[in-house]
Write a protein that binds this ligand. Structure first.
Ligand code: DSN
Length: 429
């Protein structure tokens, strides 16, 4: 790449340095193991394999279809599911395929509103779901900022939705899947869970699993699950054939076999004791970071966290908008994203909150002492938004902290190390 396209190589190298030298607190991001980078960058990208194992529409699929079979088996074993489709390219495409299995245009969907913590593909007006379906949103109670299950039940009885969707992008608490399933059963709705954010915590058995309760479970593979960018759908056997048709040929063509190989590795790794320890560490770190910010006077939405993420009301705590907080922290070497908080008075591009997550820092080996230090640094930066020299000094501090927990320590932390990461196979193998 360096020889063929120095421009893109330079940008990839710069991004590597950014990841290496900063603190990553975006709740949906993580660092994949090198073996997963290797699978994702492998020659499997060359292969077309439309269809499903033993029913492919191309010749030469004998190896890649076995890769897909292994990935399916491992996904089912990992989550205790009856059926898995490992082909979806993204979370939104997984949701689209699942919805198309049982929804018709004009049907009603009951899902968490985006401004209360939900996801775009659960009914935002500009998303395909908002255009095709009649959307009814539920949210959190203003008092507790946790899901208002009584309101969910009331809305379900009033609107008789075809589907009830549980799952969120910015919800720091356990979700009561059993309660959702009961409500769905009461009104004859399909129950679907999008567990993208918490999939790694479910695999690591530190978050209740939606699989026994839901008809369909979708997830991305790259967040807490620490796999390649991509997605997965789980369902009961009775829906398997319809679901598979909905993915291919319904909404996708050729599967990305390199990504499916990387998913297979991810499912194998997520089934280990080591991964369970990791998942427990993610939650312990989130609780510590949350408590340390709370002690410094930051208002935490819902008063705490049960998972990997924390929603901080920076406007209410330091009179800084989410947008400004994101920029101030970025200048200091900490990456977060601005996020609406429930009942936010600011616009979505401004927001009153930031969302923090501990999946990536835990992968780097950081623990509770580092969470305390990060909270102290966040406090210093957001308490002095006018102080640019402070942010320059903090950036050095953050680089030193990062260096103590190297990213891809297997590699030399140099541009040639980057090159090794991009071409992991020895030339003559
Ligand atoms: N955009 C992702 C997130 O950051 O939560 C969800 O797809």
């Amino acid at each position: 790449m360096a020889e063929v396209d120095p421009e893109i190589y330079g940008l990839v190298s710069s991004e590597f340095a950014r990841q290496r030298d900063g603190i990553e607190l975006i709740a949906s991001e993580n660092f994949v193991p090198l073996a997963i980078l290797e699978a994702q960058g492998s020659i499997l990208t060359n292969k077309y394999a439309e269809g499903y194992p033993h029913k492919k529409y191309y010749g030469g699929c004998e190896f890649v279809e076995t890769v897909e079979e292994v990935a399916i088996r491992r996904a089912c074993d990992l989550f205790g599911a009856e059926h898995a489709n490992v082909q979806p390219h993204s979370g939104t495409q997984a949701n689209m395929s699942a919805f198309f299995t049982f929804m018709n245009p004009g049907d009603t969907m009951l899902a968490m509103s985006l401004d209360q913590g939900g996801h775009l593909s659960h009914g935002h007006p500009l998303n395909f779901t908002g255009k095709l379906y009649r959307i009814v949103g539920y949210g959190v109670s203003p008092e507790t900022e946790t899901i208002d299950y009584e309101a969910v039940e009331r809305l379900a009885k009033e609107h008789r939705p075809r589907v009830i969707v549980a799952g969120a992008s910015a919800y720091p608490r356990f979700i009561d899947f059993s309660r959702f399933a009961t409500i769905a059963a009461e009104v004859g709705a399909v129950f679907m869970v999008d567990m993208a954010h918490i999939a790694g915590l479910v695999a690591g058995k530190v978050h209740p699993s939606p699989v026994p309760h839901a008809d369909f479970v979708t997830t991305t593979t790259h967040k807490t699950l620490r796999g390649p960018r991509g997605a997965l759908i789980l369902c009961k056997t009775k829906y398997a054939q319809e679901l598979d048709r909905s993915v291919f040929p319904g909404t996708q063509g050729g599967p990305f076999m390199h990504a499916i190989a990387a998913k297979a590795l991810c499912f194998k790794m997520a089934a280990t004791d080591e991964f369970r320890t990791y998942a427990a560490g993610v939650v312990a770190n989130a609780k510590k970071l949350c408590a340390a910010l709370g002690e410094r006077g930051f208002r935490i939405v819902s008063g705490g966290t049960d998972n990997h993420l924390i929603l901080v009301d920076v406007k209410g705590s330091r009179n800084v908008t989410g947008r400004d907080a994101e920029k101030l922290l970025e200048d200091a070497g900490i990456t977060v994203n601005k996020n609406m908080i429930p009942f936010d008075k600011e616009k979505p591009f401004v927001t009153s909150g930031v969302r923090l997550g501990t999946a990536a820092v835990t992968t780097r080996g950081m623990g509770e002492a580092e969470m305390e230090r990060i909270a102290e640094i966040v406090d210093r930066v957001l308490s002095a938004p006018e102080d640019e020299s402070l942010r320059i000094a903090v950036r050095k501090e953050i680089k030193e902290l990062s260096e103590a927990f190297p990213l891809y320590p297997e590699l030399l932390q140099t541009p040639s190390g980057v090159r090794a990461a991009l071409s992991p196979l020895p030339r003559n193998s």
